[in-house]
Design a protein around this ligand. Structure first.
Ligand SMILES: NC(=O)c1ccc[n+]([C@@H]2O[C@H](COP(=O)([O-])OP(=O)(O)OC[C@H]3O[C@@H](n4cnc5c(N)ncnc54)[C@H](O)[C@@H]3O)[C@@H](O)[C@H]2O)c1
Length: 387
């Protein structure tokens, strides 16, 4: 299979380029290096240093014999994706190339505009490019479990649900209630996919993925192959952030009561799930939803697990609740359905409890490097701006 991976320089994109190559697929990666440069320009950095894209590709060639093509380009550039898809004629396109930080999207007007424009223009350009070449090309679109929010009902894994409103029944789009401009950009992506599937028969898997944690996959076996690992208040996701806090000896900082509950999965399991979805595509013209996570935990439970894992490695760890900068429920019902991945044979390989130790071990050699950035960890970006 030939796969174009948009966002191939990112936390998930690089390991997926490696995994698909290991499975014998041909990979063309695209990235405009937005995350790399924006994280550095904001005064932070990947906890684990990552070589430039060309060096990582060279390392993948030398270590694994993989031949990954890479193009540095912005996918929103008019005509770019159309020409690329026309030239490469891929079987599938994976779309990771979006501004993916919720706090970044809440910093101010410019960041809100950038998030919406970058993410939605990229989505439209990709759909139009695929439509013009061959609508049966499978688009694997990365959304987020955050599109649903935390409703007081079971979250179905389906684009539509039956609802009774004012005594009348109809099929409606599965309700969404996102928690940031970033998450709303993903909701709008979903609406665009649903609409374009109806009018143009595009073929797509819309993945609602929970937060991913981890440093390793089966292919990341040398430091020259590492993927980025963000930990600051803007770019770091919660598990990765807690592991870094444990390593540098500052308290783990759950936001608010820490009862916020989400579905999580390891980097390895994310790669496994994505590969399964690519190798088992929908029928031409089908749009399907995949809820993607392996374990459900509250933030407080994760803090306790990171503390236990770090203490087992001889580190001293404390937990100190901080004021929640976000507007979100801190205690709530959470029960999402997950059936597509298990129906394809997906079996999670890593449990968070075990994976945390290996993450902390991978981070320990960079303790001094990370300590220089300790001032960027505590939350500064607030959802509600005070006047
Ligand atoms: N990491 C997670 O926990 C997680 C969870 C759920 C969903 N997601 C989604 O998965 C996708 C990948 O996430 P990630 O963690 O790897 O993020 P990332 O920021 O590390 O990777 C995204 C990549 O896309 C690139 N990019 C952004 N806009 C682009 C554009 N216009 N043209 C070309 N390249 C562009 C960035 O430079 C970056 O390298 C994102 O869409 C994110 O929203 C991630």
């Amino acid at each position: 299979m030939k796969v174009i991976v948009l966002g191939a320089d990112g936390y998930l994109g690089w390991p997926l380029a490696l995994r698909l190559s290991a499975r014998g697929h041909e990979v063309v990666g695209v990235d405009n290096l937005f995350t790399r440069t924006t994280v550095e320009n904001s005064g932070s950095s990947s906890a684990i240093p990552i070589p430039p894209p060309e060096s990582r590709i060279e390392a993948a060639r030398n270590i694994h014999g993989f031949d990954i093509k890479f193009i540095k380009e912005d996918i929103t550039k008019p005509g770019f994706l159309r020409e690329l898809i026309e030239k490469e004629k891929p079987d599938a396109v994976v779309d990771f190339a979006e501004q993916r930080s919720a706090p970044y999207s809440m910093k101010g007007e410019n960041e809100k505009v950038h998030t919406i424009v970058n993410n939605l223009v990229g989505t439209i350009r990709l759909i139009e490019a695929v439509k013009s070449v061959d609508p049966s090309i499978h688009i694997l679109k990365m959304g987020t479990m955050g599109e649903y929010g935390t409703p007081n009902f079971d979250i179905p894994e389906s684009p539509f649900v039956q609802a009774i409103i004012g005594g009348k029944q109809d099929r409606i789009i599965t309700p969404k209630k996102a928690g940031s401009i970033y998450h709303y950009s993903k909701v709008f992506d979903t609406y665009i996919f649903l609409f374009e599937n109806e009018v143009s028969n595009i073929t797509a898997t819309d993945i609602m993925q929970g937060p991913v944690y981890g440093t390793r996959t089966s292919e990341i076996i040398h430091e020259s192959l590492h993927t980025r690992f963000d930990f600051d208040e803007t770019w770091g996701t919660v598990v990765n952030r807690f592991c870094v806090e444990a390593v540098i000896g500052t308290p783990l900082t759950p936001y608010g009561k820490g009862g916020q509950t989400r579905g999580f999965l390891s980097l390895e399991d994310s790669m496994e799930a994505l590969t399964l979805l690519l190798e088992n595509p929908p029928k031409p013209g089908e749009y399907r939803v995949a809820n993607q996570f392996t374990e459900i935990y509250s933030i407080r439970q994760i803090a306790d697990m990171v503390k236990n894992a770090a203490e087992a490695l001889g580190l001293k760890v404390s937990i100190q609740q901080v004021e929640n900068p976000r507007i979100e429920a801190e205690q709530h019902y959470y029960n999402p359905e997950i059936k597509l991945l298990p129906s394809l044979g997906f079996k999670p390989k890593r449990r968070m409890e075990d994976e945390l130790k290996s993450m902390i071990k991978d981070l320990l050699p960079y303790k001094e490097r990370i300590s220089q950035y300790s001032h960027v960890i505590l939350p500064k970006t607030k959802w509600r701006t005070k006047r």
